[in-house]
Design a protein around this ligand. Structure first.
Ligand code: FMN
Length: 307
């Protein structure tokens, strides 16, 4: 059975995954935290926490609120900064079979390019996921992802600065996500991933104030799955580059829906918090489905449910 997928067919080195199950940025740490729980080398790829030029403390607490069928988070990109990633994390990743994509986010176009430059040619880094949709920071992030023009500009700047495969992560906070996807494709993106979290909030009625320290947060989990699925369907119909589906994926059936909508791979996010073994269970479930359905190559399922 072939489970292998290619996420950067236009790129000279490519980005071949052993299977289509990845982990979503911010929900799987640096990968190392999960090593003792299961064989993470079996995954298709790992995407690390959003990385900025300088370390960030993140937003005021509380930064997590439970909602029906989902989670609101306003972490605000707490991370150790790119220098520590290069010093402490990349050397560990270099010994892994599973490719690691570094999720990068900047406050300005130049910061994105600088991050891409610093990560270029570093052993242990398989590619970049460019986060142009972080809802939780005051400057940068989501501002670049809401319109096709700025999204394309960031993509071009990152592509110029790196020889790594570049996947651009899109936000649902836009008029037409397919248009943004087409713009980043024209600017040279090797793949797109979607969706990042839409904004939401909760009010603590006893305290009579917003529950999150940052007032709003990003909504994730099963609550956003049908929205994400439709966006993946729309984008996959509008671009030729591979599409990676993200949003509330918790089971192999969820993952297969995204793959049949046109995703070449999926990222598992919030599900990791309640079931750290979810990515592996999803992979095994996909294998079982293929066996039961007599499908010998996962690529036959990509887009198979578009109708
Ligand atoms: C606690 C938390 C932290 C996150 N941090 C990041 C991040 O640093 N960069 C990023 O691109 N997305 C981040 N995300 C968004 C996820 O990668 C994913 O796009 C989103 O949660 C939807 O997928 P899910 O419903 O499977 O969680 C974060 C999500 C959560 C819940």
């Amino acid at each position: 059975m072939n489970l292998s997928v290619e996420l950067a067919p236009k790129h000279k080195k490519g980005l071949r995954l052993a299977n289509p199950v990845m982990t979503a940025s911010g929900t799987f740490g640096w990968g190392t935290e999960y090593q003792h729980l299961f064989d993470i080398q079996r995954l298709g790829a790992i995407v690390c926490k959003g990385t900025t030029l300088k370390p960030r403390e993140g937003n005021p607490q509380p930064r997590i609120a439970e909602t029906p069928c989902g989670v609101l988070n306003s972490i605000g990109l707490q991370n150790i900064g790119v220098e520590a990633v290069l010093r402490e994390k990349a050397p560990v990743w270099a010994g892994w079979r599973v490719p690691v994509l570094v999720n990068i986010v900047g406050e300005t176009m130049e910061e994105y390019a600088e991050l891409a430059r610093r990560l270029d040619g570093v052993a242990g880094i398989g590619g970049l996921e460019v986060n142009i949709g972080c809802p939780n920071i005051k400057a940068g992030g989501v501002e670049f992802g809401t319109r096709p023009g700025p999204a394309a500009e960031v993509t071009a700047a990152v592509k110029r600065a790196t020889s790594l495969p570049v996947m651009v992560k899109l936000t649902p906070k836009t008029g037409d996500i397919a248009e943004v996807a087409q713009a980043v494709e024209s600017a040279g993106a090797d793949a797109v991933s979607l969706i990042n979290t839409p904004r939401g909030m909760v009010i603590d009625i006893a305290q009579r104030r917003p529950l999150l320290g940052n007032i709003y947060g990003g909504l994730s989990g099963p609550a956003i799955r049908p929205i994400a699925l439709h966006m993946v369907y729309s984008v996959a119909g509008a671009v030729k580059i591979p599409v990676v589906g993200i949003g509330g994926i918790a089971t192999s059936s969820d993952a297969l829906e995204f793959i049949m909508a046109g995703a070449s791979a999926v990222e598992v996010g919030t599900a990791n918090f309640t079931n750290p073994g979810a990515p592996l269970e999803i992979l095994e479930g996909i294998e079982q489905f293929m066996e039961a359905e007599g499908v010998s190559d996962i690529n036959q399922l990509i887009g198979a449910g578009r109708g």
